[in-house]
Design a protein around this ligand. Sequence first.
Ligand code: CO8
Length: 197
Amino acid sequence: MSRVSQPWPPVPVEPAEAHPKAPPAGTELGVHFGECFGCGDEVESGLHLRSRVGEGQTVHSKFTVTAAHQGAPGLAHGGLLACAFDEALGSTVGNLLRRPAVTGKLETDFRRPVPVGSTLYIATRLDGIAGRKIYVSADGHLDAEDGPIAVSARALFVVVGFEHFSNHGDPQALEKLAAAHEKAKRAREQREWEINP
Ligand SMILES: CCCCCCCC(=O)SCCNC(=O)CCNC(=O)[C@H](O)C(C)(C)COP(=O)(O)OP(=O)(O)OC[C@H]1O[C@@H](n2cnc3c(N)ncnc32)[C@H](O)[C@@H]1OP(=O)(O)O
């Protein structure tokens, strides 16, 4: 089977403009939900992926592979690597475009093994938008931002209404998330007041 993929994005797209309120380059993106397997602090064996906004509609994420993420002995499980990309790509869409969207399609190319103990540096970019369809892609570099590419991914995210989460998700978990966001917002407002009364 050839490694040559279909053209990307697969349909004509508009350039993806970041939302006017998108966090600027250099911003460290926090945990979006404590129980998220990709980034949550409350999931001991999770990926604990951390992300920072880069220049020109990019996001830089990283996570360190632990023994909890193994497939073959001493090597990361491919499905968990795909999870890391889903998180990094989703975080890019959510933070830069500030539109609720879910993964419709996720394609991964595994180029090199990723050993336990190594850190994957994932560089994500927005590739374009066609209606509700958002195209994003990323490269995962081994052990340094300019390290060899171990995994690449590209994905289609589809914009959804908030009812996607309220109709299909867990209402209690959504309430917990809303409360955490409200607390963070109050803390931010308090900080701004202290800095600029
Ligand atoms: C900060 C947050 C970080 C979070 C990171 C984690 C993100 C996630 O993992 S989200 C969870 C995983 N994803 C899901 O659970 C999604 C489940 N799927 C769904 O809910 C639906 O199928 C959904 C919403 C994607 C699309 O359904 P629906 O809203 O009915 O739209 P639908 O008309 O089918 O599709 C919209 C467009 O996308 C296209 N499309 C949808 N899926 C695909 C696909 N797999 N391949 C190609 N095209 C697709 C459709 O062809 C359609 O195109 P067009 O507008 O040109 O006709």
